[in-house]
Design a binder for this molecule. Structure first.
Ligand code: HEC
Ligand code: HEC
Length: 318
């Protein structure tokens, strides 16, 4: 009997030692480095692209990279994701040393698609434009090179990002926030005559599905539709003051979702944060997508009307 106990004890000690070793390995290794591919690309900065790029940058980059103090894309600390570490979005102005002045168009396209920098560093918190059209990616690049005040050279330097154990663990385990392969085929513009398909394109590009599914840790980046509680809400987020706030159910369930909303209700909520029937307005971190056109908001609604309903009541806590 004593022998059995002793063996059990040895096994337990061995398991604990192995787990601590693995944890120490992950802590020291950090976010794994990848191999960056070299992309040959020259983006023609046409006025149409620059204008489209400005809109996309205000929808997709501004929230993290625009510092209200400098009025430029000089980066800032991202306070609302403490679980992922002490994170600083970088200076992406045209400064040759502190910004991205020396990056080639190919290097920018590669990072925007895959999350990987030219030296192989993987930036797990950068959104990856996996399904965006080539034209959208080129437009963002044209904008970054433009004369717009947000991107003019600035010598602000951000402190180094320190990732949390959770981020290191997730990236080592390849569970979430993994780099995305660079597309091997050209990605065409979405078909804007098919409203639901166009809406899906934007609902994915604008990360609506990321906040409005059940749990960040149960998202499926390969097939978003397979994410737990896809668009059924209930994901736990934080307001800028650090209070817990839940995302809402955007499926068409009549009682717990937005099945009874009109197009007008939806446009007002998404673009301006206004709730129907004079209910209190929508709060941060729900963005105000004021740059979306009514037609774009309507297309997102058409897409939401095409996906399965989920019954999930999300209470407004405060
Ligand atoms: C959710 C916040 C977030 C959004 C949105 C975002 N970024 Fe970033 N970005 C980051 C973070 C965080 C880093 C750097 C992380 C680090 O230091 O490890 C970064 C780094 C970068 C870098 C690398 C700069 C360098 O010198 O290493 C570029 C280029 C960049 N972002 C461009 C963009 C563009 C263009 C967009 C819009 C299409 C965008 N980012 C949207 C958070 C964001
Ligand atoms: C950063 C996370 C985040 C993103 C991204 C996001 N939302 Fe939200 N959304 C929220 C939160 C949180 C609420 C709840 C706000 C509140 O309770 O005041 C909300 C509320 C809403 C509501 C109100 C629903 C209701 O029942 O009152 C709508 C509509 C909505 N979001 C649509 C969208 C659409 C469309 C997109 C993409 C274009 C989007 N959201 C992207 C976090 C997000």
């Amino acid at each position: 009997m004593k022998k059995v106990l002793r063996y059990l004890l040895y096994t337990l000690v061995a398991v604990v030692a192995l787990v601590s070793l693995a944890a120490a390995f992950i802590a020291v290794r950090g976010v794994p480095t990848e191999k960056a591919q070299h992309i040959h690309l020259t983006v023609e900065p046409t006025p149409v692209r620059i204008a489209r790029g400005e809109k996309l940058a205000s929808l997709l980059c501004k929230s993290c990279h625009l510092d209200p103090n400098t009025g430029r894309f000089t980066g800032k600390r991202l306070e609302d994701v403490p679980q992922f570490g002490t994170i600083y979005a970088r200076n992406i102005t045209q400064h040759p040393e502190f910004g991205i002045g020396k990056w080639t168009d190919g290097e920018l396209a590669y990072l925007l698609r895959t999350g990987i920098k030219p030296d192989g560093t993987h930036l797990p918190l950068m959104p990856k434009l996996k399904e965006s059209s080539d034209e959208d990616v080129y437009s963002i690049i044209a904008f970054l090179r433009s004369e717009h005040p947000w991107v003019q050279a600035d010598n602000t330097r951000q402190p180094k990002t320190e990732y949390s154990f959770l981020t290191k663990f997730l990236t080592n385990a390849g569970i979430l926030m993994k780099p995305v392969p660079y597309p091997t085929q050209p990605i065409p513009e979405p078909d804007t005559t098919n409203k639901a398909a166009w809406g899906r394109y934007m609902a994915l590009q604008l990360d609506c599905w990321v906040c409005h599914s059940k749990d960040f840790l149960k998202l499926d980046p390969d097939t978003p539709e397979k994410s737990l509680g896809y668009f059924g809400g209930g994901n736990v987020l934080q307001t800028p003051e650090g209070k817990e706030i839940l995302s809402r159910n955007l499926t068409m369930d009549n009682e717990t979702g937005i099945g009874k909303w009109t197009e007008d209700d939806f446009i007002k909520a998404v673009r301006f944060g206004q709730a129907p029937d004079g209910a209190p307005g929508l709060r941060d971190p729900m963005p105000k997508f004021s740059n979306l056109s009514d037609a774009e908001a309507r297309a997102i609604l058409a897409y939401l009307r095409s996906i399965p309903k989920i019954r999930n009541r999300v209470e407004r806590k405060f």
